[in-house]
Design a protein around this ligand. Structure first.
Ligand code: ADP
Ligand code: MG
Length: 392
C-alpha cells in the first residue's frame, strides 16, 4: 500500500480525508482520540509544504446543513492541538471552500464543513456520488486517505474521489491495516477475544467469523444478554436486543464447547443511577437491569486475557461511563496493560473507555479508531476505501 512517504507533496493541494467523528458534549469535543490520531499524517504533510484541505464527517445530519453537526468544535480542538487556529469553511465544496483553498499557502490547513451536509456523500447512486466527488477532486491535486473509521463505506470522499486523483494512504490507515493484519494471518495463540458494548446486531456477523479464528471469546456488556436468554436465563430489565436471541443461540451452537464464555455474575440496579448489587448471572431479579459484569467474571476474564498472546477487544464490559459500573471494563483494560499479548482495541466507545479510565493508549498494541471498519477488516471483507487505494 502506497503511503504519503511515496508522494511528492511540496506546494501541492492535498485533500486529506480524516475521521474526525468525535463525541460532542454541549458544543465541546468530549473525546479527542480521533483528532489526535489524525495528527501524524497532517503534520507530516504540512511539514513537507503541502497545502492541506481536510475533509471529514460528523454524525448523521441527514444530507443537509445543520448547525448542530458543524465541524466547528472539531476545528477548534484541532487548532488547540496544533497551536494555531484552523479555518473551517462555511460550505463543503461551494464558493466559500473554493476561496479558502485558493488562499492556502504551502504548509497551511483548512477544514471543509461536514461532508454529510451533502446528500451525495453517502448516496447509493453512483452518478450522485460521482458528481460530488468531482467537486471534491477539483479542490486538490492529490488525495490522502486517512479516515480509517470510514474506509468500509463506499462514500464519495472515501471511494469515488480516490478514482479521480493520485492518492496514497495516511499513516493512520497504514497503522490500522498493519495491526489488524496480525489478527487475520499467522495469529499467535492463544488468541482471546473480548466482546461487549451495546450495538449487538452490528457485531454478530464479526462474532461468527471470530468463532473460526479465536480460541476463547469472552462476552460482557449488553452483548451478554441475548446469550443468557438463549441459554434459558431471565435478564430482568437489562438492555436486550430481543431480535438477537436466536442469533445468539446459533452462535452458541456453532462454537466449540466452552469457547464462548458468558458472565457468571452481574452488577445490577433498578436504574443506571443506583449503586449496584452483585447477583449470579442466572438470577437477575425481574425489576433490575445488568449494568456490568460482576467481580468473579471480571477476574476470570482478566486471567484469560493475561494469558493470551493475541487479543482483540471490542465493546465495554458495562456502562463504564458511570463509576459503579466501570469495574469490568477497568479489569479488562488492566489485564491487557499487565499482560504480554499483542492487543488490538476496537470500537469508538471502547477507545473512549480506556482513555476515560486513565489508561495510556500506548499501553495497548493498537487502539483502532474504526469500530465498524475494524470488525469488517478482521472478517476478511473487502473495504471499498482500502481496495480503491490499490488502484492507480
Ligand atoms: P463500541 O463503540 O466500543 O463498539 P458499543 O457502541 O457497542 O461499543 O457500546 C458502547 C456502549 O455500551 C457504552 O455506552 C456502554 O454504556 C454500553 N453498555 C455496555 N454494557 C452495558 C449494559 N450492561 N447495559 C447498558 N449499556 C451497556
Ligand atoms: Mg459505539
Amino acid at each position: 500500500m502506497k503511503t504519503i512517504d511515496d508522494l511528492a507533496v511540496d506546494g501541492l493541494r492535498v485533500l486529506l480525508r480524516a475521521d474526525l467523528n468525535v463525541p460532542l458534549d454541549g458544543g465541546r469535543v468530549a473525546d479527542d482520540g480521533r483528532i489526535r490520531a489524525s495528527l501524524p499524517t497532517l503534520t507530516a504533510l504540512t511539514d513537507r509544504g503541502a497545502r492541506v484541505i481536510i475533509c471529514a464527517h460528523l454524525g448523521r445530519p441527514g444530507g443537509k446543513p445543520d448547525p448542530a453537526y458543524s465541524l466547528a468544535p472539531v476545528a477548534a480542538r484541532l487548532g488547540e492541538l496544533l497551536g494555531h487556529p484552523v479555518e473551517l469553511t462555511a460550505d463543503t465544496t461551494g464558493s466559500a471552500a473554493c476561496a479558502a483553498v485558493a488562499a492556502l499557502h504551502p504548509g497551511g490547513v483548512v477544514m471543509l464543513e461536514n461532508l454529510r451536509f451533502n446528500a451525495a456523500e453517502t448516496s447509493k447512486d453512483d452518478a450522485q456520488r460521482s458528481h460530488f466527488a468531482d467537486q471534491l477532486a477539483d479542490l486538490a491535486d492529490l488525495y490522502v486517505s486517512d479516515g480509517f473509521g470510514a474506509v468500509h463505506r463506499k462514500h464519495a470522499s472515501v471511494y469515488d474521489v480516490a478514482l479521480r486523483l493520485p492518492h496514497a494512504a495516511g499513516y493512520l490507515v497504514k497503522a490500522e491495516v498493519d495491526a489488524l493484519d496480525r489478527l487475520t494471518a499467522n495469529i499467535r495463540r492463544p488468541y482471546v477475544v473480548a466482546l461487549g458494548g451495546a450495538k449487538v446486531a452490528d457485531k454478530f456477523d464479526a462474532f461468527g467469523s471470530l468463532i473460526t479464528a479465536a480460541d476463547r471469546i469472552l462476552v460482557g456488556g449488553a452483548m451478554a444478554f441475548p446469550f443468557l436468554v438463549a441459554r434459558g436465563d431471565k435478564v430482568g430489565t437489562s438492555l436486550l436486543e430481543a431480535s438477537q436471541v436466536a442469533a445468539a443461540a446459533d452462535l452458541l451452537k456453532r462454537a466449540t464447547p466452552g469457547q464462548i464464555e458468558l458472565p457468571s455474575d452481574v452488577v445490577v440496579a433498578a436504574e443506571p443511577g443506583g449503586s449496584g448489587a452483585v447477583v449470579a448471572a442466572d438470577a437477575i431479579p425481574a425489576d433490575q437491569m445488568g449494568l456490568d459484569i460482576g467481580p468473579q467474571t471480571a477476574a476470570r476474564f482478566a486471567a484469560a486475557l493475561f494469558a493470551a498472546q493475541t487479543v482483540f477487544w471490542n465493546g465495554p464490559m458495562g456502562m463504564f461511563e458511570r463509576k459503579p459500573y466501570s469495574g469490568g471494563t477497568r479489569a479488562v483494560a488492566q489485564a491487557l496493560a499487565d499482560g504480554e499479548a499483542f492487543t488490538v482495541v476496537g470500537g469508538g466507545d471502547t477507545g473512549a473507555a480506556i482513555r476515560a479510565l486513565g489508561f495510556a493508549e500506548d499501553t495497548f498494541g493498537h487502539v483502532s479508531t474504526g469500530g465498524g471498519a475494524s470488525l469488517e477488516f478482521i472478517q476478511g471483507k473487502t473495504l471499498p476505501g482500502l481496495a480503491v487505494l490499490e488502484q492507480s
